[in-house]
Design a protein around this ligand. Sequence first.
Ligand code: COA
Ligand code: MG
Length: 293
Amino acid sequence: MSKLFRTRRSVLYVPASNPKALAKVASLDADAIIFDLEDAVAPEVKDDAREALRVYFKSNPDSRAERIIRINHLASEWGSEDLLAARACKPNAILLPKVENLQDVTGVAEVLEETDASENVRLWAMIETTRGIINADEIAELGLRSAARLDCFVVGTNDIAKETGTVLQKGRQFFTPWLMQILLCAKAGQLDIIDGVYNDFKDLSGFASECAEAVKMGFDGKTLIHPSQIEPANEAFTPDDKSVADARSIVEAFSLSDNAGKGAISLNGRMVERMHLEVAQKLLARTKAIGQN
Ligand code: COA
Ligand code: MG
């Protein structure tokens, strides 16, 4: 199956061990939900969380939002059972933590293949270790191989800060080279890429600034930890009225018979080329998809 276009502006982590949070999911306007079995779940309740997820998916077979299950690393004591349980839940994707090389992804893709998991079950990869950042290029190339099922990178900024000792501060000055490196690899592999979380969930203005930066950097969306972050993320990653109007005028200009066969035209004092037409068409398609969401 080829990759589907999905709107992934707001991607909320929901700890599978938190029944109140699970009960809230259906009322939330996030584009995607990551049901977490990994870092948000304490070791003592891993088994209960996995069971809660089975029950949840059984009693909630349908969802408007895309649904992803984050499992523990396969090398951990919970990884294999998590993978079996996640597969049985038939989510849209399984999110693999701490992916460090391409075998971390292809190994899981093979297990899914061998157990006849539907091709609709895709894989997402967390890039959140030093080795994962260094190997992001070869991992992202799997996006070009359909058997690998890989659709999306998620950046784990808290783990990167933990491993490197680099301070995650407002503006993300020291993180930006790594973020852009991971993003470049994702785009080369035709993957979507979702930015890391903003921990201070009460600071909505700081959150909005970080979203605005993430949009300019080229991220497709942001991972979230709290429902209050959904609306500002949706707003930030929805093209604004001016961008939509500009895109429409580019499409209209190229449809004029005078401009047929021209590679570059002048529009309101700006040079516009056919590559800009492609960008405009993409933006309009994205805006339309968001409207249908
Ligand atoms: N998903 C769904 N619902 C959530 C939620 C989430 N991530 N975070 C909070 N809520 C719910 C709460 O259960 C509460 O529900 P209620 O109105 O029925 O009581 C409501 O939203 C308000 O929550 P609030 O009291 O403001 O926060 P909290 O103290 O309950 O939780 C956190 C704060 C940070 C512990 C919680 O937001 C959380 O666990 N976030 C996800 C953490 C995570 O997944 N980390 C791993 C990836 S980085
Ligand atoms: Mg992590």
